[in-house]
Ligand binder design. Structure first.
Ligand SMILES: Cc1cc2nc3c(=O)[nH]c(=O)nc-3n(C[C@H](O)[C@H](O)[C@H](O)COP(=O)(O)OP(=O)(O)OC[C@H]3O[C@@H](n4cnc5c(N)ncnc54)[C@H](O)[C@@H]3O)c2cc1C
Length: 435
C-alpha cells in the first residue's frame, strides 16, 4: 500500500481543495480494513467527480481507485463481482464482453463504482445504478466486514448511503442480456414534447430530453429495442456537431459577467447543434454515455415525482425567463426518468421520478451562477430532492421533510458509526451532527 503525506486533495474541476496529512492508496480489502480500524476519522474517494463536498475534508484519506479488480463472474446468474474502485467504463466493457448489460447508465464512464453507488447515480428509463447491485461487503467503522444481500432490510439503507455507513468493498451486480436500441433524436417545441412524456415512456424503451432553456425547445432522444441485425439508415448529422462543447465554451466565456449573453448563446447553440435530426442504432452504452469531456463544468440536479413534473417545469421556465431573475442557464438541462425503488435515500423512493440537470460550463464561477439557487428554491418548494453528488445547499431540516426515511437513516448511521469516523465537515452539517 502506498502512503502520501501532507498533500493537497483537489476535486476534478478544482472547485474543492483540502490539505491532508495521510493519503492511502489501497489495493486489498485487508488494507482497507486496517486503515479504517486504526483511524479516528477517515474519508474515502473515487474519481473526485462529485460537485458536492462529500469526498474529502479530513486529515486521513483513502484513494479507492487503486482497489479496482474484477473478481468473478457467474454465467448462470448473469452476475459480476468487482472491487468498488473499478471505473464504471471498465465494468461496462467487461459486462458487454459477456453479452450482458446493466440497463440504466449515467452519462459518464470515468466514475468509480463505489462513488456512483454512494451518491445515487442514475441514468434514464431504468432504476438507479445501485438497484442492480444484489450484494456487497461493507467495511464498518471498526474495520470489520459485513456482507449484505438482496432481501436483507439493511440493503435498502446501504444502496444509497453517501459513504456514511461504511466503505463499500466488493459489489455484485445482476446484469441483463445486452440489447440494441434504435435511437432517434430531434428538436421539438416545449408545447410538443412536454405533454407527450407519459405516452412516450409507455411507447419507448429509452427516453431522454435535453431541454434548451431560453429557446422554448427540447431535443428529444427516444430508443426502441430492435434485433441487432435490423438495418437502420444511419444519419449522424453534420460532422461539425462534435464541436458543440468547444463552441459552448467560447459562447459562454463571459456569461458570468453578463448572464443575459446566455440567452443569445443558447439560441445560437440550438441553431448550430440541436436543430437537425439523427438516427442510428447502438447499445445502451453507445446511446447514453459521453465518452470524453473537459473538466470545466459544475453540476446541480434536482428530481421530482413524475406526476408533478409538468407543473414544476412550467414554474421553472416562467421564473428563469423573467428578466428580473439572473438565472440564465447553460445548455442543455438534461431531463431523465427513473422508476421507483425501495432505497431509503433514493430520489425514487416509492415513486417514479423525473430528474433535471443544471450545468454551469464555467466551473470556477459556479458560486455566482444564479440558476443553482433558483432551481433549488423551486424544487424544494415542491418536495423535490437534489442529487447527492451534485451542488445544493439544503440540509437536515429540509431532508427530514422530503425523505420518509431520513430520521431512520440518521439513527442507523449513529449506530453504525458511533464516533462519527466517516463524517467530514460537509456531512456533519448535512446530518446536523455535533462538530
Ligand atoms: C460530467 C459528469 C457527469 C455526470 N453524470 C451523471 C449522470 O448521468 N447520472 C448521475 O446520477 N450522476 C452523474 N454524475 C455524478 C457522479 O455520478 C457522482 O458524483 C459520482 O459520485 C462520482 O463518482 P466518483 O468516483 O467521482 O466519486 P467521488 O466524487 O470520489 O465520491 C463520491 C462519494 O462517494 C463516496 N465513496 C467513494 N467510494 C466509496 C466506496 N467504495 N464506498 C462508499 N462510499 C464511497 C465518497 O466518500 C463520496 O462521499 C456526473 C458527474 C459529472 C462530473
Amino acid at each position: 500500500m502506498k502512503q502520501e503525506k501532507n498533500g493537497v486533495w483537489t476535486s476534478w474541476n478544482e472547485n474543492l481543495t483540502y490539505k491532508y496529512k495521510s493519503l492511502y492508496k489501497v489495493t486489498t480489502e485487508q488494507e482497507l480494513q486496517e486503515i479504517i480500524a486504526k483511524s479516528d476519522k477517515v474519508r474515502f474517494f473515487g474519481s473526485k467527480q462529485s460537485s458536492a463536498d462529500i469526498a474529502a475534508g479530513l486529515e486521513n484519506l483513502i484513494d479507492i481507485t487503486t482497489y479496482n479488480k474484477i473478481l468473478s463472474y457467474n454465467d448462470a446468474e448473469h452476475t459480476i463481482t468487482v472491487q468498488s474502485g473499478l471505473i464504471l467504463g471498465d465494468l461496462i466493457d467487461a459486462v458487454e464482453a459477456k453479452g450482458w448489460c446493466i440497463p440504466c447508465l449515467p452519462d459518464i464512464n470515468t466514475i468509480t463504482i463505489g462513488g456512483a453507488l454512494a451518491t445515487g447515480t442514475h441514468g434514464t428509463s431504468g432504476k438507479l445504478l445501485c438497484e442492480y447491485m444484489t450484494s456487497c461487503t461493507l467495511v464498518l467503522a471498526d474495520g470489520s466486514l459485513k456482507k449484505i444481500e438482496d432481501g436483507d432490510e439493511l440493503i435498502n439503507a446501504v444502496r444509497v448511503s453517501l459513504g456514511a455507513l461504511g466503505v463499500m468493498s466488493t459489489i455484485t451486480f445482476k446484469c441483463e442480456p445486452i440489447y440494441t436500441l434504435h435511437v432517434k433524436e430531434g428538436p421539438e417545441n416545449d408545447t410538443e414534447w412536454l405533454p407527450k412524456i407519459k405516452e412516450r415512456l409507455k411507447k419507448h424503451d429509452f427516453l431522454r430530453i435535453l431541454w434548451l432553456p431560453h429557446t422554448d425547445k427540447g431535443y428529444v432522444i427516444t430508443g426502441d429495442k430492435i434485433d441487432s441485425e435490423t438495418e437502420i439508415k444511419e444519419d449522424l448529422g453534420p460532422d461539425y456537431l462534435k464541436h458543440r462543447r468547444k463552441a459552448s465554451k467560447i459562447l459562454y466565456k463571459y456569461t458570468h459577467i453578463f448572464p443575459w449573453i446566455t440567452s443569445i448563446a443558447n439560441k445560437l447553440l440550438y441553431k448550430g447543434f440541436f436543430s437537425s435530426k439523427k438516427e442510428y442504432k447502438g447499445s445502451l452504452y453507445q446511446a447514453t454515455v459521453t465518452k470524453s469531456r473537459g473538466s470545466t463544468l459544475e453540476l446541480a440536479e434536482w428530481t421530482i415525482g413524475l406526476d408533478k413534473f409538468t407543473e414544476v417545469f412550467e414554474e421553472l421556465k416562467t421564473e428563469i425567463n423573467k428578466w428580473s431573475n439572473k438565472s440564465f442557464i447553460h445548455i442543455p438541462m438534461d431531463i431523465r426518468f427513473v422508476y421507483k425503488d425501495k432505497s431509503w435515500l433514493s430520489y425514487a423512493y416509492k415513486k417514479d421520478i423525473v430528474t433535471i440537470g443544471c450545468v454551469s460550463r464555467n466551473a470556477a464561477t459556479a458560486d455566482t451562477y444564479e440558476a443553482f439557487k433558483t432551481i433549488e428554491i423551486i424544487f424544494l418548494k415542491h418536495g423535490g430532492k437534489p442529487h447527492w453528488g451534485k451542488r445544493f445547499t439544503a440540509k437536515d431540516t429540509a431532508f427530514s421533510k422530503i425523505y420518509d426515511k431520513w430520521e431512520d437513516f440518521k439513527v442507523l448511521r449513529q449506530e453504525m458509526d458511533p464516533t462519527n469516523k466517516f463524517l467530514n465537515p460537509y456531512l456533519t452539517e448535512l446530518f446536523n451532527e455535533k462538530k
